[in-house]
Ligand binder design. Structure first.
Ligand code: SAH
Ligand code: SF4
Ligand code: F3S
Length: 450
C-alpha cells in the first residue's frame, strides 16, 4: 500500500542574542515551524533555515549580527554549489530597528521579521522560497502575535512565560521602546492557560517575562494579582519574574514576597546608577533614596531575598563623583549578582545626542572598578551559603550516575551528589562555592530544606 508522502525533514538553526524575551521568542519560533517539517539543528552549516534572533541594546550586539550574516553567506554559497538551499532570516530587535538597512546591505538575507510578526514566519518562508514579495515584516502588534502562535512544547522543568511586551518608560539611553513598541499586557486568562498547559507537560518553575514585567495590567489585581492566581496552580512549585522597574514595585507586590512561598527570594531590579543627577538625565523616574527604600521594604518582608541589578557606567555627563555615588549604592545594598555595561550611544535615543559623552578609556576604568566590587559581593554571597541546607529544584542529571544539578532559591546553579529526578525539590547541604555556582550533597531529610 502506498504511504502518504511525508514532508522531507528540514533543518532549522536559531541563534539567539540579547535578553530572555528573545530566548522565549526563539522557542516559540521553533514551535511555529515544527508543523512545516523543521527539526532543530545545532549547527548553522547544514541548516535549510537559519534564524538570527538579534539584539539592538548596545552597539556591539548589533555589530555581531552583520559579522554573523557574513559567515552565513559563505555557508549559503557552499550549499548552493551542492544544489542545496539555505534561507536566512533576521528576527528580533535589529530586524525591527534596522530592517530596511539589512535588506539594502545584506542581499544574502532572505527575510527580515520583527518581534511581533513571528506567527507570520511560515508564510514569509514560503514567499521567500518562491522569491516573491516581501522580505520585510515588522508591522504587527504584540496581541496579534500571541493570539496566533501555537501551543508550546517545553523541554524541561523550568520555563519562561512572556506576559508583557514593549515599554513606555523611555529611559533616555534605551532602544526597547522603539524596537518592541508600546507596553502590552497579555490577558490574565491567556497567561493562566499557558501556565497550566506548561505544568501539565512537566514544568515546575515558571519565570514570567517582560521588559517591565511588574507593570503588568492584564487583569484585576495587576501583577501581584497574576502571581497570586499562578500560585494556585497545583504542581507549579516555583515562580520568578524578570525584569522589573523600581517604580512599579507596588506595596502589594512587596508584601507578596513575604507571603507567597512559591515566589522565590530573588529579584532582578535594575537601578542603572547611584547618582541622582544621572538618574534624572536617564529619565529613570526614581532616585537613589527611593531605590534604597524599596530594598529595605523588600528585606523587611523577606529577609533572605537575594538582589540583582543592572548598571550603566559612563552615561553622558557622568563625573567622578557620580560614579562614586554608584559605588556607594552598591556597598549599601549588597548584590548577589549584577550586570554592568559601558554606556553605548544608540541612534535615535535622546542620550546619544547629549553633549558630554564620556571618554572610552574613562568608561573602561570605571567599569573595571565597579565589576571588581560586584564580583566580590557575588562571591561573598555564594560563600555565605556554605553549611546551609537549601531546597534545590533539580533541572537535570550530571554526566556520571549519582550526580545532579539544579537551582537554589536564589537562582544559583547547584551541582550535587544524589540520585534525583528532574522536577524534584531536594534538600542539598552546600559544601563549596565558586564565583558562579555552588556544590554539595543531598541532606538527610527534605524537611531541613527551609
Ligand atoms: N527592561 C529592563 C532592561 C532593559 S535592557 C529595565 O528596564 O531595566 C537591559 C539592560 O541593558 C538595561 O538594564 C541597561 O543596564 C542596559 N542598557 C540598555 N541600554 C543601554 C545602552 N544604550 N548602553 C549600555 N547599556 C544599556
Ligand atoms: Fe529600556 Fe527603561 Fe524601558 Fe527598561 S524601563 S526597557 S531600560 S526604556
Ligand atoms: Fe536586546 Fe531587544 Fe531584548 S534590544 S535586550 S533583544 S528587547
Amino acid at each position: 500500500m502506498d504511504q502518504p508522502e511525508r514532508p522531507a525533514l528540514k533543518r532549522l538553526y536559531i541563534e539567539t542574542y540579547g535578553c530572555q524575551m528573545n530566548v522565549y521568542d526563539s522557542e516559540r519560533m521553533r514551535d511555529v515551524l515544527a508543523p512545516l517539517g523543521y527539526a532543530p539543528s545545532d549547527r548553522p552549516d547544514d541548516a535549510d533555515l537559519v534564524v538570527l534572533n538579534t539584539c539592538h541594546i548596545r552597539e556591539k550586539a548589533t555589530e555581531k549580527v552583520y559579522s554573523e550574516i557574513g559567515r552565513l553567506r559563505a555557508h549559503k554559497e557552499r550549499r548552493a554549489a551542492e544544489g542545496k538551499g539555505m534561507t536566512i532570516a533576521i528576527a528580533g530587535c535589529v530586524a525591527q530597528a534596522e530592517g530596511e538597512e539589512i535588506i539594502a546591505r545584506a542581499p544574502a538575507v532572505d527575510l527580515v521579521v520583527g518581534p511581533q510578526a513571528y506567527h507570520k514566519l511560515p508564510e514569509l518562508i514560503a514567499r521567500a522560497a518562491r522569491k516573491s514579495g516581501e522580505r520585510l515584516a515588522a508591522d504587527f502588534t504584540a496581541q496579534e502575535k500571541f493570539d496566533a502562535l501555537p501551543a508550546r512544547a517545553p523541554d524541561g522543568v523550568s520555563a519562561f512565560l512572556s506576559i508583557q511586551e514593549g515599554c513606555d518608560k523611555f529611559c533616555t539611553f534605551c532602544v526597547v521602546p522603539y524596537t518592541r513598541g508600546a507596553e502590552y499586557s497579555r490577558p490574565l486568562g491567556d497567561v493562566l492557560g499557558e501556565a497550566r498547559a506548561l505544568v501539565e507537560k512537566g514544568v515546575r518553575e515558571i519565570t514570567l517575562l517582560g521588559q517591565n514585567v511588574n507593570a503588568y495590567h492584564g487583569g484585576e489585581g495587576g501583577f501581584a494579582g497574576l502571581l497570586r492566581a499562578l500560585a494556585q496552580i497545583e504542581g507549579l512549585v516555583r515562580l520568578r519574574y524578570t525584569t522589573s522597574h523600581p517604580i512599579e514595585m507596588s506595596d502589594d507586590l512587596i508584601a507578596l514576597h513575604g507571603e507567597e512561598e512559591k515566589l522565590m527570594p530573588y529579584l532582578h531590579l535594575p537601578v542603572q546608577s547611584g547618582s541622582d543627577r544621572i538618574l534624572k538625565a536617564m529619565n529613570r523616574k526614581h532616585d537613589g533614596a527611593f531605590y534604597r527604600r524599596i530594598i529595605e521594604r523588600l528585606r523587611a518582608a523577606r529577609p533572605d531575598i537575594a538582589l540583582s541589578t543592572d548598571f550603566i557606567v559612563g552615561f553622558p555627563g557622568e563625573r567622578a563623583q557620580d560614579f562614586e555615588d554608584t559605588l556607594a549604592l552598591v556597598r549599601d545594598v549588597g548584590f548577589a549578582s549584577a550586570y554592568s555595561f559601558k554606556y553605548s550611544p544608540r541612534p535615535g535615543t535622546p542620550a546619544a545626542a547629549m553633549m558630554a559623552q564620556v571618554d572610552e578609556a574613562e568608561k573602561s576604568e570605571r567599569l573595571a572598578r565597579l565589576q571588581k566590587l560586584l564580583s566580590e559581593q557575588q562571591r561573598a554571597f555564594n560563600e555565605a551559603q556554605i553549611g546551609r541546607v537549601l531546597p534545590v529544584l533539580v533541572t537535570g542529571q550530571g554526566r556520571k550516575p549519582g550526580q545532579a544539578h539544579g537551582r537554589s532559591p536564589y537562582l544559583q546553579a547547584v551541582h550535587f551528589e544524589a540520585d534525583a529526578a528532574p522536577g524534584a525539590v531536594v534538600a542539598v547541604r552546600i559544601e563549596a562555592a565558586s564565583q558562579n555556582s555552588l556544590a554539595g550533597a543531598r541532606a538527610a531529610s527534605a524537611t531541613e530544606a527551609a
